[in-house]
Write a protein that binds this ligand. Sequence first.
Ligand code: HEC
Ligand code: HEC
Length: 339
Amino acid sequence: MKKMVLLLIGFIFITSNAMASNLAKRAMEEGLKPIPDNQVELMKLIGSPDKDMVELGKKLFFDPRLSKSGLISCNTCHNLATGGVDGVASAIGHKWTSNPHHLGSPTVYNAVFNAVQMWDGRFPNLEEQAKGPIAAGPEMASPPELVVDKIKSIPAYVKEFEKVFKGQKNVVTFDNVANAIAAFERTLVTPSRFDEFLNGDSDVLSKKEKRGLNTFIDKGCTACHTGIGVGGGSMQPFPVVKPYKFAAVGDFKGNKDGLVKVPLLRNIKETAPYFHNGAVWSLEEAVKIMGETQLGIELKENEVEDIVAFLGSLKGRKPVVVYPVLPPSTNKTPKPDAN
Ligand code: HEC
Ligand code: HEC
């Protein structure tokens, strides 16, 4: 009798393990991919950023002097302590200006995995993207010449640029500022329990999380939220089937074809409010809305709960970022200008 029970327990254990590895296999067949646990592979994927360039980029990411007012850094809106976002519906920049289209700040964590950047996908990579917000009026409002003047006025920065961009004729350029910041951003990847699950550890997800993953696939979420970012791979229509009930908040209509970049869902529990216009604060509601607008289905309460549990498993380990001490300004450094 004891033997039978043991046998039975063993059988249940083996089948539930086999089911879990089937689920991982199924997830990968749907295009979901783990962040590699192998450092060499990961480096290949994120473009092997140069170490010194990453350090310089980190300083620039945190340096509010890149903004005209001297108060706003990339980290103001993409706060690495709060999921890489600002937690407000519409980003607030220079002169306390709210984003003119009522757009929220997407997270910089894992942005390296986006096929294109921005809600309308207008930038092909992080290097091109980084130049946008520095110069943009409602964000940091710093013309490229001002940024270059400021950096050139700080000898310790110039030295660092010379080291990192050795061999180039002109080292302190707006492009190189963006290149360094992007190199830093490339390192902001956050492996999670979900990756361990896909990499073969079937015990790391709870029953509920596994059920949620199954539902996520069954309902068709992976048609768009797939790849290594669980999103970020394509431009898609929004809404597809039914209207988005907060469409009137702001005037964003997607790119010229009316398409929106599918957001990454990694760390999604930390990046409320949701959608381009930040109109939805609860992840449960965001998931329900996706069912209606994208798939034309009414998700049941328990399905929503399971999916949200699964999305929780995408909470990643953040890289340790030591807050940089920045080289001091000099008498020559252009003064902050709040106007
Ligand atoms: C005033 C707030 C603000 C500041 C400052 C700011 N950003 Fe952003 N960022 C945003 C908003 C809003 C968007 C989305 C805008 C859009 O799609 O048009 C965005 C988009 C991005 C994206 C695209 C992410 C994605 O998923 O598409 C990246 C990367 C990014 N910012 C990096 C930076 C960097 C680097 C800096 C500093 C040089 C910076 N941002 C400064 C608000 C800000
Ligand atoms: C047809 C493609 C498509 C399908 C299918 C789809 N989504 Fe989305 N999803 C999008 C797009 C596009 C957005 C961004 C919409 C916007 O804000 O303008 C989005 C946004 C989201 C957001 C908010 C992300 C953020 O950072 O604000 C969540 C959460 C989400 N989707 C979950 C799901 C779930 C769960 C499913 C399945 C029930 C699903 N999606 C199905 C395309 C899709």
